[in-house]
Every structure is written in structure tokens, then in C-alpha cells.
Design a protein around this ligand. Structure first.
Ligand code: HEM
Length: 188
């Protein structure tokens, strides 16, 4: 029974953690865009995004991560034989990457606050998609376990990356087109 409780809480923790990570990096995009505004809008927007980022990181993202990891420890302690399984070892490699991403986001947050971050909003948009790829891989590993269809997984991940890249490029073009129209309108 405990095992099911841990699994249910593990899944809830994952949803919370990812919601936090996705929204946090989206805030980084807006934060960077705010730097292109003139004063006083820039300072007002930057201050607001700093508050939102800090709250999101502390109240949603960190608790989601802690819940996922502690319930995972709970799952393993109730069924220690799982530790011998190969799929879990591979999954742990990708979870380690996810944890690195999580803490790197915390570091970026501080860099943005100190105005020392040189990243563009486009770079943050691409960076925001990294956890999507990790999510696909980790979920597929957790569901298929040792029977993960290797080639189908590679093809699926490849398609995900291609689709995301195309969407980012289309969005980039749409935005620059709108920006040109705005500039024309301002000149008139
Ligand atoms: C600290 C790292 C983690 C460890 C040690 C861990 C370990 C585990 C274990 C032992 C199970 C139970 C497997 C079973 O019942 O056969 C499980 C289930 C699951 N985990 Fe994790 N996990 C971790 C992080 C994550 C993350 C980050 C995700 C998602 C991105 C994830 C997704 C899942 C899913 C979807 C299940 C349910 C699979 C099923 O019901 O068959 N886990 N995890």
C-alpha cells in the first residue's frame, strides 16, 4: 500500500516540478525582453519578474523537485530490488541532467538579478525546451522499463526536437514581422 502512495505522490511531484521549470524559464524570456524597454518600464518590469521568479522557484519548483526525489527514495526503500534494474540506472542519468538543469536555472535567476546574464530571449526559448526532451525520455523509461523500444524512442525524440525547432523558428519570424509592422506604424 505504501508503494502506491509513494508512486502517486511521485507523479504529483513530477507535475509540480515541471510546471515550475517550464514557467520559470518562460519568465526568463520575458525578463530578457524587458531589458529592451525604455525607462521607467524596464526597471518596473525587471523588478516584477525578479519577484515572480524567486517566488516560483522557492514555492513551486524546489518543493516539486524535493517531493519527486523523496518519494523516489520512498519507492526504492519499499522495493529495494528495483535498484538492480537497468532502466532505473539509465533513468537516473537523465534525472541527474534534470537536476543540473534545475540548479542551473537557480544560478541564471541570480545572474539576471545582477544584470550579468548575456543570454537572448531566443536562447532562453530554446533552453526552455530541454526539459521537454528529458521528460519524454524519463517517462518512456519509467513506463516501458527494460522493454523500452530503443529505435522508436530515438525517432520520437528526434521528431520532438525537430518540431520544437520549427515552432521556435516560425515564432521568431512572426515576431520580427510584427516588430517591423509596429515600427512602421510608429513612424507614421
Ligand atoms: C530522484 C530520481 C528518481 C528516482 C530514483 C525514481 C524512481 C522511480 C521508481 C523506483 C519508480 C517505481 C517504478 C515501478 O513501480 O516499477 C518510479 C516511477 C515513476 N517515475 Fe520515477 N524516479 C525519479 C524521478 C522521476 C522523474 C524526474 C520522472 C519524470 C520526469 C519520473 C517518472 C516516473 C513515472 C512516470 C513513474 C511511474 C511508472 C509506472 O507506474 O510504471 N521519475 N520512479
Amino acid at each position: 500500500m505504501m508503494y502506491f502512495w509513494f508512486k502517486a505522490l511521485h507523479l504529483i511531484g513530477i507535475v509540480v516540478w515541471f510546471a515550475g521549470l517550464f514557467y520559470l524559464v518562460r519568465l526568463f524570456v520575458y525578463h530578457t525582453e524587458a531589458s529592451q524597454q525604455s525607462e521607467p518600464a524596464q526597471t518596473i518590469l525587471r523588478t516584477q519578474y525578479e519577484i515572480m521568479e524567486k517566488r516560483l522557484y522557492k514555492i513551486i519548483t524546489i518543493p516539486g523537485m524535493v517531493m519527486t526525489v523523496t518519494t523516489a527514495i520512498g519507492l526504492i526503500s519499499t522495493k529495494p530490488e528495483i535498484l538492480k534494474l537497468r532502466w532505473l540506472h539509465i533513468k537516473l542519468v537523465f534525472v541527474a541532467l534534470l537536476l543540473a538543469y534545475h540548479f542551473f536555472c537557480g544560478w541564471i535567476m541570480k545572474q539576471l538579478e545582477k544584470k550579468e546574464c548575456q543570454w537572448t530571449n531566443q536562447q532562453f526559448r530554446a533552453f526552455n525546451e530541454a526539459p521537454t526532451v528529458l521528460l519524454f525520455i524519463i517517462i518512456l523509461l519509467a513506463v516501458f522499463k527494460n522493454n523500452l523500444p530503443f529505435y522508436s524512442t530515438i525517432i520520437l525524440i528526434f521528431l520532438v526536437v525537430i518540431t520544437i525547432t520549427i515552432f521556435i523558428k516560425i515564432y521568431e519570424r512572426k515576431r520580427s514581422f510584427i516588430q517591423v509592422k509596429i515600427n512602421e506604424y510608429r513612424k507614421e
